[in-house]
Every structure is written in C-alpha cells, then in structure tokens.
Unconditional design. Structure first.
Length: 446
C-alpha cells in the first residue's frame, strides 16, 4: 500500500522524464506548461478543473518522494497534465490570453481549495509504481501513442544501462514492471533509435522541422523499416542502434525517406499500403526521388570494401601486431581495433604507433556543453598502463564527425551542435576507430 498525503500542487514537481516531455530540451516547468498549452489542449482541462473543482475519482495522483540536501521533494509520476493544469491556473496564468485571464479572475479561485491528495511512492518502490502506471497506459483506459510508448521504454532502458545493467538484464527489468514482453520492448527501443536517425538526417532539408513527437511516423515503422533493413543488409547492435557499413550514404538514404514523409508528403500508408510495394516504390523513383541511386551507391560501397586487400606489413611489424593481439588485455567498456574480428572499422597505415588506443564500446550520453571528446579515448603503453592525461600524445588525436548537425572543433563539441545520435571518428597515427554518442544538452533560451 502507498502512503497518502495532501499537497499544494505548486509544491509538486513535473516529471521531466515523462514520455510527453523527454523528447524535448525543456529546462524549466514553464516550458513544459507552455508546450502543453500549445499542443495538448491543457487550457480546456485547466478551466474545467477551475469551474467544476478538482475531481480525483478513479484518477489518483502518484508522486515520487525523494530527499535532496535534507529537503523533501515530490515529483509527479502519474497525473502530469492535471498538476500542470493547476500550475497554469495559479502560477503560469501569464501564458493565457487576456480574455482567458479575465475569465480566470472572475472565477476567483483559492489555491487552498485545490490541494491534491496523492499516493506517495518512495524511491525504493519506484519500480512497483512504474508497473502500475505502465499497465494502465500501455494497455489501459488512457493508451499512449506509439511514440510515447517508445520513449517510455527507451527512458527506462537508458536508466538501467546507466546503473550498470547489461542490455539483456535491462530488458528483463523493464519486462518486470510493464505488461509487454521483451521482444515488444526491444522493438520499441529499436524503432525510436531508427526514427531519431531519420529525423536527424531529414533536418538537412528543413532545419526547423517539427519535433519528432508531433510527426507521423507510421509509414516509416510499419512499411519502410523491415524492407530497408533487408535491402541494405543492416542489423541492430546490442544498444539497439542500426549498424551500417557506409554511415554517410546510409544517412543520406534516411534523409530522403524523411523528406518524402515529412516535407514532400509523398510517402504515407496510402501510397505504401503493403510492404510488398517496396521494390516498386524504389524503382519508379517518383515517390522518393534519388533513393534507388543511393541504395545502389550504398551496396557498391559495401562490395568495394569487402573486396579490398589489406596492405602487407613487413614481417617484423606483423609479428609485433600479432603479439599485441594475443597479449593485450582490453579495458572494460573499450574496444581494441587490433583484433581480427573487431566490429569497428579500423584503418592502419605504415606509421609506428607509439601507444595502443581504445574507444568506448557502448554509446556515450553527453549532457555537458563544450565537452572534450578526447576524454573518452584511452591510450595504453607497452605495459598496458594508462597514459597520463597530461601527456601531449592526446593532442595527436583527431576527432571528427561528418554529420551535418554536429560541429567538433579541436576535439570539442561546439555549442552550435544539435541534440541527436552521432557516430564519432577517432584517428591516431592513421588508425581510425569509431564510437557513438547521444547528445542531449539543455538549450538555454533568451
């Protein structure tokens, strides 16, 4: 059983991890309330509450109780729209029109009459609460959109991975607190990562594209995704991100798909009604102009890559490299590009590499401005000891990304960069390795 407490609604924090909000760069509650006013008809709910009183029958508020620096905080887990409605009436009424503010003044509301009875969840019982909330929303009376479900699962997955759980254990943990199975959860996360990549790629054509949460994604998931994976022979990695053999051309293909759906409005489920139409749509080159050419370019690039013969090293160097492979102990969470079956792309030149270098295996979440990406690269000497960060050798790293929405200067992410998922290239003495980052920086507003 949960404890119950009566709270002033203005003392309850909105949940920035709520699926409705977490896809945006909200840094204040005011921004959340304004979003709900603009896109989710929250004004109607607010005035309904103001005129009729707050009715909790069948819809209790659930809050998470936490303690920070000795202060108790309450964050709403269930009932964000209702709490936001009350905040609109009593805290953010300046977001209303002048006529609406006059109407609000005539109601002569008293905050004391709108205190909220809440079920309280302590941090150690959060999983139990999430199960009950997700059971209601995923299959219940107030079904979320497909995008909201995907974001919900993605948020949980990211949280569990940050706590050190393996991918499989994170899925199992989510399964225990949601009514859907591991396959459905995995598919939802894969779909969101794929859609985010399409969205990022499409911004080259329209930088002020509507937020992904407001765009129709049905055709991209239900019709395009499966034949696209098959056509390009793509797979998802352990972090449910698509692994492509030619990131640049793959990015261009995604951009053409997003443009056809969200900008040109030529591709939807009426035009592409069954997956069997994929070949026809690609070949006629009318619905998605240029797609066939890019698909052929991608395939040709993969064929050329597979037919390349590595440059011969002299016997002494080859033997040294072989010893390195056999004797190197790889740091946890980093990859060694010297192994024969390494999944990352590695290019080696005939230069003497002073140190071994390693990049993260798992995607890195970055929330800090002006982050130096060299911090994620490790140099090891011949004794497999980490090279000091003070070493000038780190200045030899050349870190870059060919994506249009990220700017990297002197290995540091420039403030102009847009949030999103990016594949980062790291070059050291001609050897190139790759790792992935997810940029999620709060944007400051004037």
């Amino acid at each position: 059983m949960f404890d119950t407490v009566v709270l002033d609604p203005l003392e309850i924090n909105l949940d920035f991890n709520n699926p409705r909000f977490s896809m945006f760069d909200f840094s204040t509650e005011e921004e959340i309330v304004k979003y709900l006013v603009d896109f989710e008809q929250i004004k109607e709910l607010a005035f309904q509450i103001g005129e009729n009183g707050y009715n909790t029958i069948g819809e209790r508020i659930i809050v998470l109780k936490s303690r920070n620096a000795g202060k108790i905080n309450y964050t709403v887990l269930e009932g964000n729209r209702r709490i936001a409605s009350l905040k609109l009436l009593f805290q953010y009424s300046f977001l209303l029109t002048s006529s609406e503010r006059k109407k609000l003044e005539q109601l002569n509301l008293s905050l004391k009459d709108f205190e909220v009875r809440c079920d309280v969840v302590n941090e150690d019982a959060r999983d139990e609460a999430l199960f009950k909330i997700s059971a209601k929303h995923v299959d219940g009376i107030k079904t979320w959109s497909a995008t909201d479900k995907r974001v919900f699962y993605h948020n949980l997955y990211t949280q569990y991975r940050k706590k050190g759980l393996s991918s499989d254990k994170a899925l199992a943990k989510i399964k225990n607190i949601t009514p859907e199975g591991k396959v459905a959860i995995r598919n939802a996360i894969q779909q969101l990562n794929y859609l985010t990549s399409v969205y990022n790629a499409t911004q080259i054509y329209k930088s002020d594209l509507e937020k992904l949460a407001h765009l129709d994604t049905d055709v991209l998931v239900s019709r395009v995704l499966r034949p696209l994976l098959k056509e390009l022979n793509l797979e998802f990695n352990d972090e449910f991100q698509v692994i492509s053999k030619n990131e640049k051309v793959y990015h261009e293909i995604l951009g053409l798909l997003g443009k056809a759906v969200w900008i040109d409005k030529k591709l939807d489920t009426r035009v592409f009604s069954v997956q069997g139409q994929w070949n026809e749509i690609v070949k006629n080159d009318k619905v998605i102009p240029g797609l066939a050419e890019k698909i052929n370019e991608y395939k040709d690039g993969c064929t050329d890559s597979s037919n390349k013969i590595p440059q011969d090293e002299n016997a002494e160097t080859s033997n040294e490299n072989e010893k390195d492979v056999n004797n190197t102990s790889t740091p946890l969470g980093y990859e060694n590009g010297n192994t024969a079956n390494d999944s990352s792309s590695t290019t080696t030149h005939d230069k003497k590499i002073k140190y071994k270098f390693f990049v993260p295996k798992k995607p890195i979440i970055i929330k800090q401005r002006n982050k130096d990406l060299a911090e994620y690269v490790e140099l090891l000497d011949d004794n497999n000891e980490k090279v000091s960060r003070q070493s000038s050798e780190y200045s030899r790293l050349k870190i870059s990304c060919d994506h249009q929405n990220i700017v990297i200067t002197n290995n540091t992410i420039n403030f102009l960069s847009e949030n999103g998922t990016y594949n980062i290239d790291v070059e050291y003495y001609g050897q190139i390795k790759h790792f992935q980052i997810f940029l999620n920086i709060f944007k400051y507003r004037n």
